[in-house]
Each structure stands twice: as structure tokens, then as C-alpha cells.
Design a protein around this ligand. Structure first.
Ligand code: GLU
Length: 485
């Protein structure tokens, strides 16, 4: 079905676990489309081939589906302007790079990564912001041809006006003015022929007929590059809306070091997607106190994109907990509650897999909650006493917990084999035997030294829950180091 209303999109990069910030921006776009009879589109921005994986892409799709949002066009559902995954569109971008070269809006650059690093180093030393210095800006056509013929690696960079300001209107920030001399001569096409985010994003928004670009405020500074590309191509630019980032209560940027940020963490702990969306949706509505509980339809009705705050959306977990509790108690019928609980317990097969792992370890079924309950519980109740029986000292335990915590972020895959391999590598790195490294982890993830096999348990719990438990464990153990227990 084609609609004439606005076309908006969420454009996640599949480079990590799906973040609540993605759900927040997606919700805004979804409500915007719903409110105005428009179309909500999902596009996968995977131009960064070194960091994007299909596994993360699947996780993004699953997490967004879990939130209850749905899109009319996307890599999984197709649509008239596909493909909706940028790596599948690689060939489509090439002519546009050439067009900019032909029109004199872009130039070929042969600077090597080493030269660029030296240049940045010198700029840093001189206290200047790093920016391309224009060495290749005025190369003669013959030199470009001969260097390319000789097989030198080359990228395409955009030209930037040398004076004046880029003036534009943002739906949240109002009139914005950014001096052109603060804008870098952005690489548009990389040496391997892949476009950069900026190039692909603008071309796709144009080809997919996107009318409104609503995204996080971290992209506000990129708007001049995007506007320039629209001008160079002679295309109409969309309306821009840069939403304030979600922040921790202390106003710092929401990051997984302070608060869990993965959507999967909230689903694993038993937050209802309706409650999470209700919580996020409150940043986009003006409502009197006492009327916070809103369904998606009510959010759509009250949605007010013209009255957004720049102050930052505080991710207040207590408020989320309060709303979630109300959703559980007030919105679910007893039948729904039972069905939803069973569905939640089965997430990631943790119920069946947990039972399989438990069978050989119990003599009565009643031992199951004590043995495997940690796979479902919110909090495993760690205290200094939980770690008191370990052979490692608190300082050694802390080192193990912190090393594992840092290294698990670098793992690309999260499954029994990859966890096994990573923990062996960490043991080598620490110069300890694997059987010395695992006991503190057992306690951290399960709350007990007698539990289910560690690698399987970590795989079933998921990276975001393990991350949070290691963080809590490290805090508890650090207090023991401090107090000399
Ligand atoms: N791929 C970008 C991101 O993940 C999208 C930014 C935009 O919406 O333009 O944040």
C-alpha cells in the first residue's frame, strides 16, 4: 500500500547489541509515521564492514520486533525502494561518487593512513582540531590518472566551502549555524569502493524518499555535510529533527558502564515491551502527572513532535520499574499474565536448556529453583559472603572479574564455544589455570559456587545480563579488597 504521508526511518548500524537508544529513536519515528498517516521504514546501515555482522543485524531486528514496533519496508519485509541493507546497495553508490567528481564537488585523495596520522598528530600538537589539510585538493587531472593507473589506493572526499556558515533549521534545535571551516572534507567513497555512512545515508534517504530525518543529537554536527551533499546532487533535503540523547540520572550519556543499555537486558529481566515503550514514549508527550500510563495508541494520540525538549531524556530506572509494575498489575488479565510469564521464561530457550543442564545434578525436582533459578532471576543477591569461600584472594578475584568484564565486550559471537575459548585466553593472559579463573565467575553469574556449567549458563543468560552481574560482583569484591576481608 502506498501512502502519501511522511516517510521516516530508523537506520541502525549492526555493530553491537541493540541499544535502548535505538528503540527510543525508532519509537519516535514510528509514532511520527502513525500520527501523520506516513510510512515507517527500517534500513540497515552496515557500511562499516569491519564492525557490522549479520548476527548483530538479526539481533537488531529481533529486539525491535520485541518492542512491538513494526515497519512497512525493511530488509526482512522488502519494499519498493530496496534493498534495505546498505552492503547490498554497494554498486548503486558508485555513479554518485563519479557524479560529484565530474561536477567538481569532490576530489580524489591518495593520502596514506600513515600520512593522515602524522597530519593529525601535528594538528593535535598545535592544539588544532583534526581535519584533512587538503593536500590532494588541487591535484592535476593527469596526476590523478597516472597515480590511479599505477594502482595507488584512493578515496573520494567532498569539497567544503572555505568561508561562511551552514545555516539550517532543526525541528528540535531551531535555527542552527555551523561555520564551514569546522567541517571536515569528509571521505565519501572509501578505498574499497564502499561509501561512508554520510554518503550512503544521504543517497538512501533520497532514493527511499525519506521526508523527515529524526535521529540522535550526536548527528547534529554532521548535518552540514549532508546538506552540502543534497545541494551538490540538486536534491530536496528532508526535515531534520535531532532528539536529545538519553542520559543517566547524573546527566552523563547513557552508557553500559553505568546502566544496562541493551534491549535484551530489559527483556531478559522481565520488563514488558509495552512498559518500556510507554516509558520511552513519555519523552515525546506532554501529559499531566498521574496520566503516565499510556498504550501505543494513546501515545500516538498525545505525540507532540513540535514540543520536544533539548534537556536530555533521563533514563530513570525507578520510573521504568514503577511503570512496569503497573503494567503487570493493571493491564494484564490473569490469563495474559500467565501466558506472558511462560513466554518470558522460555526466552532464549533458557527454561528448556536450564532443565536439560539440571537433570543430572538433582535428586528432587524441588531443588530446581535453587539450582537453576539464577537463569531467570533479576538479582542473584551477591554479598561479600558469596565470595568468602573462594581460594583466590579478593584482589585476585577482582582482577579476574574485571578482566573478564572488559574482554567479553570484545567478543564478536556469544555462545558456549566462544565463551569457552575467551575464558581460556583470559586465563593464559592472567597466567592462571582455567580452574582458578572460573570459580569467581560461577559465583558472580549464579550467586553460588554450586550451580550449572559456567559456559552454558553464561551463554543462556546472554551478554547483557552477564555484564551486569560481573559489574555488581566487582563492586562487592572491591569493597572486600578495600576493607581487607
Ligand atoms: N546508522 C546511524 C546510527 O546508527 C544512523 C544515523 C541516522 O539516522 O542518520 O546511528
Amino acid at each position: 500500500m502506498t501512502t502519501t504521508g511522511p516517510r521516516v526511518r530508523i537506520a541502525p548500524s549492526p555493530t553491537g547489541e541493540p541499544h535502548v537508544g535505538t528503540a527510543y529513536i525508532a519509537l519516535f519515528n514510528y509514532l511520527f509515521a502513525k500520527k501523520h498517516g506516513g510510512t515507517f521504514i527500517l534500513r540497515i546501515e552496515d557500511t562499516d564492514a569491519t564492525r557490522s555482522t549479520l548476527e548483530f543485524e538479526q539481533k537488531v531486528l529481533d529486539a525491535l520486533k520485541w518492542t512491538g514496533l513494526s515497519w512497512s519496508e525493511g530488509p526482512d519485509v522488502g519494499g519498493p525502494y530496496g534493498p534495505y541493507r546498505q552492503s547490498d546497495r554497494k554498486a548503486m553508490y558508485q555513479p554518485y561518487g563519479q557524479e560529484l567528481l565530474d561536477k567538481g564537488h569532490a576530489f580524489r585523495c591518495f593520502c596514506t593512513p600513515e600520512r593522515l596520522e602524522q597530519m593529525r598528530e601535528a594538528q593535535r600538537a598545535a592544539g588544532k582540531p583534526p581535519k584533512y589539510d587538503g593536500l590532494c585538493l588541487n591535484l592535476k587531472a593527469e596526476e590523478v590518472t597516472s597515480r590511479m593507473a599505477a594502482g595507488e589506493a584512493t578515496v573520494i572526499r567532498m569539497k567544503i566551502p572555505t568561508e561562511g556558515n551552514c545555516e539550517f533549521h532543526d525541528g528540535v534545535y531551531g535555527d542552527v549555524s555551523i561555520p564551514w571551516d569546522s567541517v571536515d572534507m569528509q571521505v565519501l567513497i572509501k578505498a574499497d569502493g564502499m561509501p561512508t555512512y554520510h554518503m550512503a545515508n544521504v543517497i538512501d534517504d533520497h532514493l527511499m524518499k525519506i521526508t523527515h530525518v529524526a535521529r540522535g543529537e550526536e548527528w547534529l554536527a554532521s548535518v552540514p555535510k549532508h546538506i552540502l551533499l543534497y545541494r551538490y546532487f540538486g536534491w530536496e533535503q528532508p526535515v531534520f529533527m535531532h532528539l536529545s540523547l538519553m542520559r543517566n540520572a547524573d546527566k552523563s550519556k547513557l552508557s553500559k558502564r553505568k546502566n544496562p543499555t541493551s534491549i535484551s537486558y530489559y527483556s531478559a529481566l522481565g520488563y514488558l515491551p509495552e512498559a518500556l515503550m510507554n516509558f520511552l514514549g513519555l519523552f515525546f508527550v506532554q501529559i499531566p502527572e498521574g496520566e503516565e500510563m499510556l498504550t501505543m495508541d494513546e501515545l500516538t494520540e498525545k505525540f507532540d513532535p513540535d514540543n520536544l525538549s533539548k534537556a536530555g531524556a533521563i533514563f530513570d530506572i525507578q520510573k521504568l520499574d514503577w511503570l512496569n509494575g503497573r503494567w503487570i498489575r493493571e493491564k494484564l488479565s490473569p490469563e495474559d499474565f500467565i501466558a506472558r510469564t511462560l513466554e518470558w521464561a522460555s526466552e532464549n530457550s533458557r527454561l528448556t536448556e536450564g532443565l536439560k543442564l539440571s537433570q543430572s545434578r538433582i535428586s528432587k525436582l524441588g531443588e530446581l529453583p535453587g539450582l537453576a533459578g539464577f537463569l531467570l532471576s533479576n538479582d542473584v543477591g551477591l554479598t561479600p559472603a558469596s565470595f568468602a569461600g573462594l581460594k583466590t584472594s579478593p584482589a585476585e578475584t577482582l582482577e579476574i572479574l574485571q578482566t573478564v568484564q572488559a574482554d567479553l565486550e570484545k567478543m564478536i559471537e556469544w555462545n558456549v564455544e566462544s565463551i569457552d575459548a575467551e575464558l581460556r585466553a583470559i586465563s593464559d593472559k592472567l597466567g592462571k589455570k582455567l580452574r582458578v579463573v572460573t570459580p569467581p565467575l560461577f559465583v558472580a553469574v549464579s550467586g553460588s559456587s554450586r550451580s550449572l556449567p559456567l559456559f552454558d549458563s553464561m551463554a543462556l543468560l546472554g551478554r547483557s545480563v552477564v555484564r551486569q552481574r560481573l559489574k555488581i560482583a566487582a563492586t562487592v569484591v572491591a569493597s572486600m579488597v578495600g576493607s581487607g576481608t
